[in-house]
Design a protein around this ligand. Structure first.
Ligand code: GTP
Ligand code: MG
Length: 429
C-alpha cells in the first residue's frame, strides 16, 4: 500500500482596503477602498495513469495562493490561484488528526477540496451608510484553512482472474507477480481476493486480482462467492482460466460455460467485460488431448495455452492482457474528455451557530461564524471593533450574553481573543 502524509494550507483572503477618494477641489472624497480577493483552495484530483504518491513524498507541503489586498479607487484584490494536486484514482483521503475520511476518489477527474481558501475582507467603500459617511474601517482577509492529511492508494485491480475452482488462478498470480497466494490441489483454497502487480517492463504494469469462489450458486449467496464478486465489478477486464486437464472428470467447456452463467446471474454487466481465454495445465498430457477440441469450440477466437506451473505461454498472455488494457483505457480517456468536468464541490459554509459557555472569568463563545468575524477584525482599529460588535449582535451573540446574565466588565472570549463586555460603550457609538 502506498501512503503519504502532507500538510495543506489554503490561501488567505486578501485584506479590504481603507482609502478615500482624492479629487481636485474636494478636500476629502468618499471611501473607495476595494475588497480583498479570496484565497485559493487546495483541491485534490484523481488522475488516470498515475499509480503512486511518489510526487507527494517529494512535496509534502502544498500551499495555495493568497488573495490580493484591495486597493484604492475601489480596486479589488485578485483571487488566489487554487492549488490542484494530482493523485491516483483509488486514493482515500483522511484528516491526519481526527482520522475522518474526507474523500474516496475512485473515478478519474473526481475532485475534493481539502482546505478552503479564506474569503477576502471588505474594503471601507462597503461600509458607507447614511450615519457612517467616512468609515475608517475594513475587514481583514479570513485565514485559509490548514490541516494535515493522510493519503492512501488502494490497489484497484485492472484485471480479474476468474475460473472454476482449482483451475490454477492463484498459481498464475504467483507466477506473474510478487503476490504469494495459497495454492493447493483442492477447490476453494483461496478465501480472499489476492492482488499482485504484474510488471511487463520498467514502465508498464497492471494490477491483477485473483478472485476466488465462483461456482454454481455463488450468485445466490451460496459458498464463498457472493462477497468476492464485488471485486470483479471494478475490474476493466477478465482473464478466464480454464483447467484444460479436466481433472476430477470435469469438462473444460462445461466449466467455462458454467462460470459465465454465474457471472451473468450475479450481474449481467460482468458478461460485458472483455475476457481473455487462458487454457491452463498444458504441461499435462490430458490437457494436450483436450486442446484441439477446445480450440474448435472457440472457433476463430484466440485462446492462450499456458502452464502456470512451468511458465509456458504465460508471457504472451500477459503482454496481450496489457495491450488490451491499454486499448480499453485509451477508449475510456477519450470518452472522459468529451464529458464536462464539474466544478469542485465546496464543503458547506461554516454555520452561523455558536455556543455560549460560562467560564470562571466570564463567557466563552465558540463557533465558526463568530470565529471568522473575529479573525477578520483589525483589533487596533476602533471602528473595526464597532463593526465586529454589530456582526456579533446580528448573529445573536450579544443577546445571548445578556440573557445568560453577562454584566458590564465580564470577560468574553472568542477564539484566542478576550473582550470586555460593555454594551453601554457600544450603544453610544
Ligand atoms: N500440472 C499443473 N498443475 C497446475 C497448474 N496450475 C495450477 N496447478 C495445480 O492446480 C491446483 C490448483 O491450483 P490453484 O492455483 O490453487 O487453483 P485456484 O484456481 O487458485 O483454485 P481455488 O483458489 O481453490 O479456486 C494446485 O495443485 C496447482 O499446483 C499447471 O499449469 N500445471
Ligand atoms: Mg486460488
Amino acid at each position: 500500500m502506498d501512503t503519504a502524509r502532507i500538510q495543506v494550507k489554503a490561501g488567505n483572503g486578501g485584506n479590504g482596503c481603507i482609502s478615500f477618494r482624492r479629487e481636485k477641489f474636494v478636500p476629502r472624497g468618499g471611501p473607495d477602498g476595494g475588497d480583498g480577493g479570496n484565497g485559493g483552495h487546495i483541491i485534490l484530483i484523481a488522475t488516470l495513469g498515475m499509480s503512486t504518491l511518489i510526487d507527494l513524498h517529494h512535496n509534502p507541503r502544498q500551499v495555495a495562493e493568497n488573495g490580493g489586498h484591495g486597493t484604492g479607487k475601489k480596486r479589488d484584490g485578485a483571487d488566489g490561484v487554487d492549488c490542484v494536486v494530482k493523485v491516483p484514482a483509488g486514493t482515500i483521503i483522511r484528516d491526519f488528526d481526527t482520522d475522518e475520511t474526507l474523500a474516496d476518489l475512485t473515478e478519474p477527474d473526481q475532485t475534493v477540496v481539502v482546505a478552503r481558501g479564506g474569503i477576502g475582507g471588505k474594503g471601507n467603500a462597503r461600509f458607507k451608510s447614511s450615519t457612517f459617511q467616512a468609515p475608517r474601517v475594513a475587514e481583514k482577509g479570513e485565514p485559509g484553512e490548514a490541516r494535515e492529511i493522510r493519503l492512501e492508494v488502494k490497489l484497484i485491480a485492472d484485471i480479474g482472474l476468474v475460473g472454476y475452482p482449482n483451475a490454477g488462478k492463484s498459481t498464475l498470480l504467483a507466477r506473474t507477480s510478487a503476490a504469494t497466494p495459497k495454492i493447493a490441489a483442492y477447490p476453494f483454497t483461496t478465501l480472499r481476493p489476492n492482488l499482485g502487480v504484474v510488471r511487463i517492463n520498467r514502465e508498464q504494469n497492471f494490477v491483477l486480482a485473483d478472485i476466488p469462489g465462483l461456482i454454481e450458486g455463488a450468485h445466490k449467496g451460496a459458498g464463498l462467492g457472493h462477497q468476492f464478486l464485488r471485486h470483479i465489478e471494478r475490474t476493466k477486464m477478465l482473464i478466464h482460466v480454464i483447467d484444460l486437464s479436466a481433472t476430477d472428470g470435469r469438462d473444460p467447456i462445461e466449466d467455462y460455460e458454467q462460470l459465465n452463467l454465474e457471472l451473468d446471474h450475479y450481474n449481467a454487466l460482468l458478461t460485458k467485460l472483455p475476457q481473455i481465454i487462458a487454457v491452463n495445465k498444458i504441461d499435462m498430457p490430458e490437457a494436450q488431448a483436450n486442446l484441439a477440441r477446445v480450440q474448435e469450440y472457440f472457433g476463430n477466437r484466440k485462446i492462450f495455452p499456458i502452464s502456470a506451473i512451468t511458465g509456458d505461454g504465460v508471457n504472451p498472455l500477459m503482454q496481450q492482457a496489457y495491450r488490451s488494457l491499454q486499448y480499453l483505457e485509451t477508449r475510456a480517456r477519450k470518452e472522459a474528455e468529451t464529458t464536462i468536468t464539474l466544478e469542485p464541490e465546496l464543503p458547506p459554509e461554516p454555520s452561523a451557530r455558536f455556543e455560549l459557555i460560562e467560564t470562571e472569568e466570564g463567557f466563552l463563545v465558540t463557533g465558526a461564524e463568530p470565529r471568522r468575524a473575529v479573525l477578520m477584525t483589525d483589533m487596533e482599529n476602533e471602528q473595526a471593533l464597532i463593526l465586529l460588535y454589530r456582526k456579533l449582535k446580528n448573529m445573536g451573540v450579544i443577546n445571548a450574553l445578556a440573557r445568560a446574565g453577562a454584566v458590564e466588565g465580564d470577560t468574553v472570549q472568542i477564539d484566542e481573543f478576550e473582550f470586555t463586555y460593555s454594551p453601554k460603550a457600544m450603544q453610544s457609538s
